[in-house]
Design a protein around this ligand. Structure first.
Ligand SMILES: NC(=O)c1ccc[n+]([C@@H]2O[C@H](COP(=O)([O-])OP(=O)(O)OC[C@H]3O[C@@H](n4cnc5c(N)ncnc54)[C@H](O)[C@@H]3O)[C@@H](O)[C@H]2O)c1
Length: 504
């Protein structure tokens, strides 16, 4: 099954933010495009807006004046749905309401031919439910573009329960022919990106709710240690707290209130108070003119230890041993090498976040996972009330000697980056096990859709396949609300490695 022929007319219904973007993509790819919006005059206005955007592309020399003129000539606003007769693909981008979308598609079936591909750009509704009322449901797919559609490459091509393989393939190939990077996905709440990304927000909010760290510190750790482009608090201020919460809420409801997707009470209060983020001037942060941006917690300078004793290779933090040596600090190797920790001259231990509380141990400081310890500019530490001041100071001084800023946070299991990455990996593994998408497509979707520095499977390969499950097991032990219980799929995933390792 190949992409739609460029001579095939494409219709876009609903000419708001997304409709305009999708229409521009199809138009620049070479299709004749028709625009329809229920609000009188809006389709015409959208055509003018798209025209101005094409002008800007000519200014930026991404389009020639001739190409722009030809594209403009291919763009036709229509006043009635009947004006879409003869189209080969209709992409719907109307208001996010199941009843409105269902009614629209039923009406469209009376206008277009039975072989016209019908697509919805819904971000949170069930593709199966929207298409369920159709006379010919096999030609119905989800084509989930991201905002701004002309710039962002990812398109989730969603197959509903009744979608024909041929229709999904044609939609996939057409998105690719439009210069996009399509990923194939089954109809699941949140599709790939909005399902797998939930813990990125939820875990940051959970750390804040336990008072372990403020938004500025969590964001700084996610960026500077986790390698994420933005922290969860600043990103949701940009997206809009109401928009982000609505997605979380809808995914949670669609999973029959699975506790792992439970929304955040702190975010609920923020939305109730009208602090929706940048668009209202305040969200987690104050964005009003002249407002001061809070600084992340950063520890005062401390003396580095003269040496550390390495018990074991530090697992995913092994690179730290090289960095410590390069900083001129002696690394003594313990005779027994079973552990994965550093012992400081104070006698206290420095342990990579493993899902346990520091409070469960004697003199222990936990340090958070980093995407890349060499490039990280900040590392978070956590410790119990009874951890000795000397051990905390030596741990702080050690990371400072490696050129890192140190954020000391409260004693939360899994800290910030580690718990976030472990839960993202768990949801990704579960999604693949349930046939939602392939590992490769999940990685592509998370890198392109939400800019993650690594896809969950790439990350898991770096950390070791058993890492996320082991961390979540420990977290579940200290916080057995069910939210951290590793999925059956993650257990299987980790066991698959063990078996391979056991096989001679
Ligand atoms: N905005 C985003 O970031 C984003 C990203 C991905 C997907 N989506 C999805 O895309 C869809 C549209 O979102 P948007 O942000 O562009 O909305 P929008 O409010 O900017 O535009 C919606 C348009 O649809 C029109 N409309 C409403 N009912 C209609 C009907 N029955 N027939 C024809 N036109 C109708 C409205 O007049 C409006 O112009 C939603 O399903 C949304 O979930 C949005």
């Amino acid at each position: 099954m190949t992409a739609l022929d460029l001579s095939s007319p494409v219709a876009v219904v609903g000419t708001g933010t997304m409709g305009q973007g999708i229409a521009q993509v199809a138009l620049v790819a070479g299709h004749p495009v028709r625009l329809y919006d229920a609000a009188p005059g809006l389709a015409r206005k959208a055509a003018d807006t798209i025209g101005s955007r094409l002008d800007r592309l000519v200014e930026k020399e991404r389009l020639t004046a001739d190409e722009r003129d030809a594209a403009r000539a291919r763009l036709t606003p229509v006043d009635e749905l009947s004006g879409l007769a003869g189209c080969s693909l209709v992409v719907e981008a109307v208001v996010e309401r199941l009843d409105v979308k269902q009614e629209l598609f039923r009406a469209l079936e009376d206008v277009v031919a039975d072989d016209c591909l019908l697509a919805t750009n819904t971000s949170s509704l069930s593709v199966t439910a929207i298409g369920g009322a159709l006379r010919v449901p096999g030609r119905f797919v989800g084509l989930h573009f991201f905002n701004p559609a002309p710039l962002l490459p990812l398109v989730e091509v969603v197959s509903g329960f009744a979608t024909d393989f041929g229709a999904a393939t044609r939609a996939y190939e057409t998105a690719r022919a439009w210069g996009k990077t399509p990923v194939a996905c089954a109809d699941t709440p949140g599709f790939i990106v909005n399902r797998v990304a939930r813990p990125f927000y939820a875990e940051a909010f959970a750390v804040y709710e336990t008072q372990a760290a403020d938004p500025a510190t969590v964001d700084a750790v996610l960026r500077e240690s986790g390698g994420f482009r933005m922290g969860a608090f600043e990103l949701t201020d940009l997206i809009g707290q109401d928009v982000n919460e609505a997605v979380t809420h809808s995914v949670w409801q669609a999973f029959f209130q699975d506790v792992r997707f439970r929304p955040s009470l702190a975010q609920r209060r923020l939305v109730e108070s009208g602090r929706l983020g940048r668009k209202t001037g305040r969200g987690w942060y104050d964005h009003r003119e002249g407002a001061e941006r809070p600084e992340p917690h950063t520890a005062e300078p401390a003396e580095p230890p003269a040496y550390v004793v390495a018990e074991g290779g530090l697992g995913p933090a092994a690179e730290l041993l090289d960095l410590i040596r390069e900083a001129g600090i002696e690394v003594r190797e313990a005779e027994e090498d079973e552990g994965t920790r550093l012992v400081l001259p104070s006698g206290g231990q420095l342990v990579l976040a493993d899902g346990q509380l520091s409070a469960e141990f004697g003199d222990v400081v936990h340090f958070d996972l980093a995407l890349d310890y060499r490039r990280a500019t900040r590392v978070a530490l956590s410790h119990a009330a009874h951890t000795s001041a000397e051990t905390v100071a030596q741990a702080t001084g050690l990371f400072q000697a490696l050129g890192k800023k140190v954020s000391v946070i409260g004693d939360v299991p899994g800290m910030i980056v580690a718990r976030t990455v472990a839960r993202i990996i768990d949801l990704a593994v579960e999604a693949v096990a349930q046939g939602v998408a392939t590992e490769e497509d999940v990685d592509t979707a998370m890198r392109l859709g939400v800019n993650y520095p690594l896809g969950p499977f790439e990350w898991s390969r770096r950390l070791g396949r058993g890492w996320a499950g082991a961390l979540l097991d420990e977290m579940h032990g200290v916080d057995p609300c069910g939210r951290y219980a590793p999925s059956l799929a993650l257990h299987r995933y980790a066991c698959a490695t063990d078996q391979r390792e056991d096989t001679p």
